[in-house]
Unconditional design. Structure first.
Length: 94
């Protein structure tokens, strides 16, 4: 998951259950800030299993959900089958 989402992971429904059921990696972008940026000293963010450093792309799941909620296209932001599914199922539309 992205660092922006990981910073709020503690507020998810039963985050400890999720941690027991899955290994969770956090993808950091250069501008990542907040509690997830703190780590064990070995590069792995506290409370997570792995850290992945990725190039900065100005695309995040939060931004994609916001675009869909605002009625904007996400074509080119996600694979076409995903964009088609988002439109057909009206996920993220309030």
């Amino acid at each position: 998951m992205g660092a922006d989402v990981a910073s709020g992971f503690g507020s998810w429904h039963e985050p400890d259950v999720v941690r027991r059921l899955a290994r969770i990696a956090v993808c950091h972008r250069r501008q990542a800030r907040g509690p997830v940026a703190a780590n064990h000293g070995d590069g792995i963010p506290a409370g997570f299993d792995a850290e992945i450093r990725v190039p900065v792309l100005e695309i995040s799941s939060t931004l994609i959900r916001a675009r869909v909620a605002a009625g904007q296209s996400v074509a080119g932001w996600v694979p076409q089958p995903v964009a088609d599914y988002i439109v057909a199922s009206q996920v993220y539309v309030e």
